[in-house]
Ligand binder design. Structure first.
Ligand SMILES: [Fe+2]
Length: 306
């Protein structure tokens, strides 16, 4: 029961965090990340909602949420880089999600963690160029990968290591070496030293990406940045509670119990820092701008100090 002992060392039994602990531990113990979210009936509700499109405005009503108060379908972040910010319901909590869309020098589009391909989204994506690369970066951010694969049969569907064995639609895995078709525009880093401490199986198996021309680091669950406030749309209480749980409960749990080799993890973080990103676009939360801010954020969240 060494595992349980370690849990109690980092957990005050009298803490008000107990219900949150139970919540996270239940999620980790009872469900594989991909299967958990994939199989929930709530996913079906989300799909239904995501397909709601305003024909009057041509705008996706499903895009409106605390992370995207104006319901913008695609927003240009910088040259050849766009984001699609969408609500994402985990049970009834809007945890937010963001796709990153990048146009390579040959004009092809690279889509990371795709969002639902509703009518307005498809129209705006198609106006930017042909989709050729569809990336599911970890075991969790793959919900719309097969939909995009079907919609764009000329594209390759990429996944993190281990995804091809789980998902038959995944055509190629990427770890630390980007494929030639990405035209030397990316660096990749496979976070290969984390696992579910109860099942001893890989949990996220995430690959983080760096787009060299824009100096942009792209993360899914390796780094998140939930805001405390939103300028024009209140953040729901449940989302704020989620942020608290992620920052104060899950993060220490991840660092203390899910990282299997701290030395290796620090090595990987150093590699990511070596890219000297000037922007972080996370799938969850606010974009970080500025090289110093990016480095400070990665060091803060990973616990890597100078
Ligand atoms: Fe996520």
């Amino acid at each position: 029961m060494a595992c349980s002992c370690r849990i109690w060392k980092i957990m005050d039994p009298s803490s008000v965090l107990l219900p949150l602990w139970a919540y996270f531990l239940c999620a980790l113990t009872c469900a594989d990340a991909a299967g958990f979210i994939h199989s929930s009936p709530l996913r079906l509700r989300q799909l239904t909602r995501a397909n709601a499109v305003s024909t009057a405005t041509g705008r996706s009503e499903a895009a409106i949420g605390w992370g995207n108060p104006d319901g913008v379908t695609l927003r240009e972040v910088t040259d050849n880089v766009w984001e699609a910010n969408r609500p994402f319901l985990w049970n009834t909590i809007d945890v937010g999600s963001r796709m990153v869309l990048i146009r390579l020098k040959d004009g092809s589009l690279w889509a990371h963690s795709p969002v639902n391909l509703d009518i307005p989204t498809r129209a705006e994506v198609d106006a930017l160029g042909p989709v050729k690369h569809i990336v599911s970066p970890n075991f969790e951010h793959l919900k719309y990968g097969p939909l995009w694969g079907q919609a764009y049969p000329d594209a390759v569907t990429y996944g993190c290591p281990g995804l091809m064995a789980r998902e038959p639609w995944c055509m190629q895995e990427v770890a630390n070496d980007p494929p030639d078709s990405w035209l030397d525009e990316f660096e990749c880093c496979f976070i290969d030293c984390e696992q579910n401490p109860f099942t001893r199986k890989s949990f996220f198996n995430e690959v983080v990406f760096f787009h060299k021309p824009s100096k942009t680091l792209i993360t899914s669950d390796f780094y998140w940045n939930y805001p405390s406030t939103s300028p024009s749309r209140p953040i729901p209480q449940s989302t704020r509670l989620w942020k608290f749980g992620m920052d104060r409960v899950y993060l220490p749990f991840y660092k203390r119990l899910m990282i299997t080799d701290k030395g290796r993890f620090n090595e990987l973080v150093e590699r990511v820092l070596g890219w000297r990103a000037e922007r972080i676009i996370p799938c969850h939360g606010s974009i970080v701008e500025g090289r110093d801010a990016c480095e400070a954020e990665i060091r803060r969240q990973t616990g890597l100090t100078d």
